[in-house]
Ligand binder design. Structure first.
Ligand code: AHR
Length: 620
């Protein structure tokens, strides 16, 4: 293949925002994931999640909590709503202590256990009050699964009124299965709410912060924008379930929790303020997705706000811009300042809607939002939605409304991505730009990553029209995954795994050019020139040693001298076929055979000194 790059012929300017991230609370990405809170169901607001999924029905107000009694202590637990902490946080735990003994109370199991790191500090906080009886202080203790103490402290309890108490404690040992216990030796009715445990060590040291390794893995992708808080969860499943940004800001104890349409719960502890702050911390432009008064059209029957009641929903969109950018003496700018960020967040874009491509009600409501945002903030760029792109009425509406760009999504096979590299070649250059706001080839194999890389070359070639692109979904807790097709980063409470797809994103984002240069490619290889192999092992790496052992063709042992090498430094040693030279790279092939033959072999690859890693590519 001859490739000629015409450095004197720039063909398209590549947007500084081209590569970014899309974050949605799916697969436990927020609570139990990126949000560093270690207590699950901290304010007793869980209940069975609406919908048919049996797993979602397991939730209840005492989910993740257990009664604890030491010595001859005795108590009962009940979730009540009589004198709530505030109007958004309506449930709390009542511990009726009959006998305090050596301690009666409750313990939280976290998200499948609490992870602790030896020597690390944790901030424990809670609200409490003694409704009747003989009040007493509270013992707060981190224990392992056998009850062994890993950290403890004493907190003052409230009297008749709610009182917040907090302390910092240090873990004595590593543990993946710890519990947080709150007990008392007093007697009577003790009420507890918002029992929280957050590591002091969070990303950039934020108090209501994010898990360091997960947030760092985002920063390492060099993202230039950050779309949040989701696709389906942004417009919700039914109007009650819509993500209303105002529920997610202010004091965490006063945020109105919601269920999550992916089958669990959202505390909104990671809310709009924290999202904006994260954007700033990783150098990404915020791209909030606002609902347009139409709940998820994806799962009928969807619900719509009647046109005559759309006013407050439109106002939400306008107010969000004030929250992000407004002066500190404006209503929403003041709240941002009180939350610790008097400077504006510099919001430039607003995304209106998500995938409502088959809902006529969306088309009817969208213009109200566009008009109000333009009137209040003419400089804010509006990103609309077109579901699956041109050819459908919604894309034409985006053109008519002259939005900045239109958001299209696809989850397809790797072949689709390879075959549609030319998707944007014929797009109308005068129409709104395209935001590829969600895409993934279904899978996390190398083949998927390569297909996505191929597609991205098509995007860069059309960078004059494709302005931004981001992979989806971003995170998946390996023990709680709802989106099984593919996810960029897999994690559990201690580890994370970056997929091949992640490295493709990183490769493109870290090496983005400013101009796409005209390129000619001439392919000179004829299909019939290509040799056939029953199996092949390709090794492309520097300073690696590779050994092929026990190669068999149709079950028969193959002698190493039957193997063929291409383009590298190879040698047969001790009955093994090796490339051991410090600079070795190339391809090892296993004996030619007819179609349908089966080749098996064992492969071992090792890094030699100085190598960054080993890349193995397999093909037939
Ligand atoms: O990324 C997962 C989901 O796929 C998003 O919530 C939605 O926008 C799309 O259908």
């Amino acid at each position: 293949v001859d490739i000629t790059v015409h450095v004197d012929q720039p063909a398209a300017e590549i947007s500084p925002h081209l590569y970014g991230l899309f974050f949605e609370d799916i697969n436990f990405s927020a609570d139990g994931g990126l949000y560093a809170e270690l207590v699950q169901n901290r304010s007793f607001e869980y209940y069975p999640v609406p919908g048919g999924n049996p797993l979602s029905q397991r939730y209840h107000p005492l989910y993740a909590w257990e009664r604890v009694t030491h010595g001859d202590a005795a108590c009962e637990l009940q979730v009540e709503k009589g004198i709530p902490l505030n109007r958004n946080n309506t449930s709390y735990l009542a511990v009726r202590v009959r006998r305090g003994g050596e301690g009666a109370g409750v313990q939280n199991l976290g998200f499948d256990g609490i992870r602790l790191d030896k020597g690390d500090e944790y901030r424990v906080s809670l609200y409490s009050r003694w409704e009747d009886g003989r009040g007493a202080p509270l013992q707060v203790e981190l224990v392992d699964a056998d009850g062994k103490s890993l950290a403890s402290t004493e907190l003052e309890a409230g009297g008749r009124d709610w009182r917040k108490s907090e302390a910092v404690i240090t873990a004595k040992a590593n543990c993946d299965d710890a519990r947080l216990a709150v007990t008392t030796t007093g007697r009577g009715k003790l009420c507890l709410d918002m029992i929280s445990l957050l590591p002091v060590k969070t990303f950039k040291g934020r108090e209501n912060g994010l898990r360091v390794d997960l947030a760092q893995s985002l920063a390492d992708l060099n993202p230039k924008f950050f779309r949040f808080p989701g696709g389906c969860i942004a417009h919700g499943q039914g109007l009650e379930n819509v993500y209303r940004w105002k529920d997610s800001v202010g004091d965490v104890a006063e945020r109105r929790a919601n269920w999550n349409r992916w089958g669990y719960h959202q505390t909104y502890g990671l809310g709009y303020f924290e999202y904006f702050q994260l954007c700033e911390d990783i150098g990404a432009t915020p791209l909030p997705v606002l609902p347009v008064g139409v709940s998820c059209g994806f799962t009928p029957p969807y619900q719509c706000v009647p046109i005559e009641e759309i006013g407050p929903w439109v106002q939400d969109a306008v107010d969000l811009i004030e929250f992000a950018n407004g002066p500190v003496d404006s209503k929403w700018g003041k709240l941002r300042a009180e939350m610790g960020h008097p400077e504006p967040f510099g919001m430039e874009f607003i995304c209106l809607g998500n995938e409502e491509h088959d809902t006529p009600e969306f088309a009817e409501r969208f213009p109200y939002f566009v008009e109000a945002v333009r009137k209040a903030y003419p400089d804010i760029k509006i990103i609309g939605t077109s579901g699956l792109g041109p050819g459908i009425p919604l894309y034409r509406q985006m053109q008519r409304q002259d939005v900045y760009s239109s958001d299209e999504h696809y989850y397809e096979s790797p072949d689709w991505f390879v075959q549609h590299q030319d998707r944007f070649d014929d797009f109308d250059r005068n129409a709104p730009k395209i935001f590829v706001g969600e895409y993934a080839s279904r899978g996390n194999r190398l083949q998927n990553a390569v297909a996505e890389a191929a597609y991205l070359t098509g995007i860069e070639r059309n960078a004059d029209i494709v302005d931004m692109a981001c992979y989806a979904p971003l995170f998946a807790d390996v023990n709680h995954t709802q989106w099984n097709a593919a996810n960029l980063i897999h994690f559990d409470k201690r580890n994370l795994v970056k997929t091949p797809n992640y490295y493709v994103q990183q490769l493109f984002a870290k090496n983005k050019g400013d101009q796409f240069l005209t390129t000619d490619i001439e392919q000179k290889i004829n299909q019939q020139d290509l040799p056939e192999y029953a199996g092949a092992v390709g090794v492309g790496s520097w300073s690696t040693a590779v050994a092929v052992r026990n190669a068999r063709l149709n079950g028969e042992p193959l002698d190493p001298s039957d193997w063929t090498a291409h383009g590298g430094d190879f040698g047969v040693q001790d009955g093994e076929y090796r490339q051991t030279d410090e600079q070795a790279q190339g391809v090892i092939s296993i004996a030619p055979a007819e179609a349908g033959a089966e080749a098996t072999y064992e492969l071992e690859a090792r890094k030699l000194s100085g190598a960054e890693g080993v890349l193995l590519v397999f093909g037939c």
